[in-house]
Design a protein around this ligand. Structure first.
Ligand SMILES: Nc1ncnc2c1ncn2[C@@H]1O[C@H](COP(=O)(O)OP(=O)(O)OP(=O)(O)O)[C@@H](O)[C@H]1O
Ligand SMILES: [Mg+2]
Length: 752
């Protein structure tokens, strides 16, 4: 039996069609990537093609690694000379060899985004551009878009017209290019642009690579952009042995210039293209696949296709709606533990979410429950730079004894304190056997520090000021003030490499504020005082997560974007709420195309699941340190009811005792909706939407009433105030004293 026997007919057709352009357009899990690897094997083993003549392009380095592994398994000997790489690494290899033809030195430097920023500052000065009006990041991103579209400064000029802003950007673009050139430097976009230029101006070089790469294959083709397409067209022009595989329904990088037209117009660019459609899905159960189909059907701009499977129907899609995001995280952690008890492996489980900041709640639950996990394509929450920075501030303010923390922030944001100065202080501290911060406070004892002294003094003054504030303010307010006074947010903005990075970091900071707010609330509920030391201790318990053994099994956490191309037996899509996914920005922009891109992302998520899919959402979630009420994601409403299992949507509460139920019913405006939700999920979803508006009606007590709280016992309602998203109820308890709490969390019930 050969390895090709395991392929279905259209897959075989694609594998055996080795010469001429080939477009494989197929839905998720239909074996596109598998066809590529088998095709490489077939070319080498059956057609006798030299591995040297094969180029396979993947979207990420990780995917390249996996593809190489798969090919190695199929081919064995000689596979190492196949080029399996991303567009960028391919271009670097080519340019290192030939860029001298374009007047650059082959030892060119690659500027990362930090370098670009630094240069752009310089450029703006030279070009007399006010960076308060035109931010460096914005200019760089405009230049990047231009490069991705192969728009040179000259063409940019033609299109800029009289637009004042465009003229400014043009000026910056020109100067930037000039500087890059004289620095013998290329940025990431240049790697592609210059390779295209090289091919267009040096026919012999182009021919060399055309001969070299006689067989070209591209995975995840739907996410290529214009310059990448140009590059491939040039390379494949001679032999036309180009095979691209993609799925227009999984195009999720439009914001980075991916051009879906590349897939839709492929046949025009390469006449006589053979088109193979794969329609059988091997990855997912019938129910999962049908749900995916039902969601994506709502997009207009797509090539119609129907995926089917021979796999069994499998379990229904579990839909779980929780009161809070904490309940959601609890549930998922417990569910995974249950899977493990039943003999499953951690590796089988993946949690997918829309934004990086959402990982925090899961991480905390997993650390507490000893569930090994790994964040793919991202960094553990407490290891993220902005979180470490702000915690370092809090630690320094709390006691200043953590030298590492003080040193971490002494020049963050930049205040012109240099390493030499810092080292002198450190030496002096060591000599005298005192802490770093203590040494900072007695600068006159340190010789040769004079030049930096003023800056150090003002740093100490700042910390001492915060120490004072810490005694009177809540931790939330303190952190807010730190962020404002130090200009931390602006410094992040200025340093961010991309628009979405700045946004990501801001979201993480919000998430830290949420953590603090939750801690403070919890202390209040427990009748304890919230202290900075207490908070830092609590964080220390969950933040020490660097010791993960790589070989070990783990649950995977990642954003939906990083999940492309992967598959897992058991998938959780968490935070499926309008406002989060689709994002508030998308909803409020009213932009149909953006909504469709979000929907494609949802489709990518659903189709990662092999056997079981759980979609979940929370009614209340902390956002910006405030409780926010969210509706269930509109995407979930696109899944037909008969594919859903909503039976235990309220599993946690249903298990509670009768007494607690009464408490719950009395304090929770959603309660009645929940009961009917079981029977008629959709009418209730609508119902639930109305509740946020009518929350007041849910309270059956008023000022002056006697109420009972599960922990604090009985007391008198003193005040009910309209908080941002919820009612803040103040109760004078008989024994526990006066407490202010959110109505939805306090679950107060009227005492008879
Ligand atoms: N003919 C087949 N017989 C058995 N299993 C198959 C067959 N074709 C594909 N598979 C399996 O189906 C799963 C999905 O395949 P693959 O990852 O290649 O799909 P894909 O089209 O690349 O998906 P995506 O769009 O998510 O990238 C894999 O586990 C693969 O091994
Ligand atoms: Mg694939």
């Amino acid at each position: 039996m050969s390895i090709y026997d395991s392929l279905n007919e259209p897959q075989k057709e694609a594998v055996f069609h080795t010469d001429g352009p080939l477009l494989i357009l197929a839905g998720a899990g239909s074996g596109k990537t598998r066809v590529l690897t088998h095709r490489i094997a077939y070319l080498i083993e059956e057609k006798g093609i030299n591995p040297w003549n094969i180029l396979a392009i993947t979207f990420t380095n990780k995917a390249a690694g996996e593809m190489r592994e798969r090919v190695d398994q199929l081919v064995g000997f000689g596979s190492e000379s196949i080029w399996v790489s991303t567009f960028h690494s391919m271009c670097v290899r080519i340019l290192r060899r030939y860029i001298d033809r374009l007047g650059y030195d082959t030892a060119f430097t690659i500027y990362d985004t930090d370098d670009q920023k630094t240069l752009m500052k310089e450029v703006c000065k030279l070009a007399d551009i006010d960076t308060k009006v035109y931010k460096e990041r914005v200019i760089l991103s405009a230049i990047s878009s231009a490069k991705n579209e192969l728009v040179s400064p000259e063409e940019f000029e033609l299109n800029a017209g009289g637009d004042y802003g465009r003229q400014k950007i043009l000026k910056a673009y020109r100067e930037y290019e000039k500087q890059m050139r004289s620095n013998n430097a290329l940025d990431f976009d240049d790697l592609l642009v210059k390779t295209v230029q090289l091919f267009q101006t040096q026919p012999d070089v182009l021919e060399y690579y055309q001969e070299r790469f006689r067989y070209i294959m591209i995975d995840e083709y739907q996410d290529t952009n214009t310059v990448q397409f140009k590059l491939v067209s040039l390379l494949a022009q001679k032999y036309k042995n180009l095979c691209v595989v993609g799925d227009d329904d999984q195009s999720i990088y439009k914001f980075r210039g991916a051009n879906i037209k590349n897939i839709l117009n492929f046949e025009q660019e390469f006449p006589d293209t053979k088109v193979v459609k794969l329609e059988q899905n091997y990855r997912s159960t019938g129910n999962i696949l049908n749900a995916a189909n039902a969601v994506i059907r709502n997009n207009c701009g797509r090539k119609e296709k129907t995926l089917w499977t021979e796999n069994e129907e499998g379990a229904k899609i579990a839909l779980r709606q929780f009161d809070t995001a904490y309940d959601e995280a609890d549930f998922i952690a417990e569910d995974i533990e249950k899977n493990i008890r039943e003999g499953g492996s951690y590796n089988d489980n993946a949690i997918l979410y829309r934004t990086n900041a959402q990982s925090r709640l899961f991480e905390e639950r997993f650390v507490a429950a000893n569930i090994p996990y790994k964040i793919v394509g991202g960094i553990n929450f407490y290891a993220r730079r902005e979180i470490k920075d702000l915690l370092a501030y809090l630690k320094t303010i709390d006691n200043g004894q953590d030298d590492l923390a003080v040193r971490r922030i002494i020049n963050v944001p930049k205040r012109g304190i240099g390493l030499t100065t810092i080292n002198r202080v450190q030496e002096s501290a060591l000599e005298r056997g005192i802490g770093f911060y203590e040494a900072l406070k007695g600068l006159d004892l340190i010789p040769n520090i004079t030049r930096g002294a003023a800056k150090l003094d003002s740093f100490v003054a700042l910390i001492e000021y915060f120490k004072g504030r810490a005694r009177t303010e809540s931790i939330s307010d303190l952190l807010q003030e730190i962020i404002e006074k130090t200009g931390y947010m602006e410094s992040l903005e200025a340093e961010a490499k991309r628009e979405d990075e700045a946004h990501d970091r801001a979201e993480n900071i919000d998430e830290l504020l949420n953590k603090i707010a939750a801690y403070e609330e919890n202390c209040e509920d427990m009748g304890e005082k919230a202290t900075l030391s207490g908070f830092l201790e609590e964080v220390a318990l969950v933040a020490d997560i660097d010791s993960l053994d790589e070989e070990q099994e783990y649950v995977v956490l990642m954003t939906l974007h990083s999940a492309k191309g992967l598959e897992f037996p058991n998938v959780y899509m968490a935070g499926m709420e309008d406002g989060l996914f689709p994002s508030y920005m998308t909803i409020s922009s009213g932009d149909l195309e953006e909504m469709e891109e979000e929907r494609r992302l949802c489709y990518v998520g659903i189709t990662r699941a092999e056997e079981k899919l759980t979609v979940s959402c929370a009614r209340m979630r902390m956002v910006h340190g405030e409780t926010q009420y969210n509706r269930m994601s509109r995407f979930l409403k696109e899944i037909p009811v008969n594919l859903l299992d909503t039976g235990e949507v309220f599993v946690k509460k249903a298990e509670e005792t009768e007494k607690e139920k009464t408490v719950f019913a009395a304090s929770n405006p959603y309660f009645h909706a929940k009961k009917s939700f079981k029977a008629q999920p959709f009418s209730v979803m609508k119902g639930a939407e109305q509740f946020a508006a009518s929350k007041a009606k849910g309270l059956d007590y008023t000022v002056g009433d006697r109420v009972r709280h599960l922990k604090f016992g009985e007391g008198i309602v003193e005040n009910i105030a309209e908080g941002g998203r919820d009612y803040e109820v103040t109760v004078e308890f008989d024994t526990a004293g006066r407490k202010k709490m959110f109505a939805s969390f306090a679950k107060l019930v009227k005492a008879e």
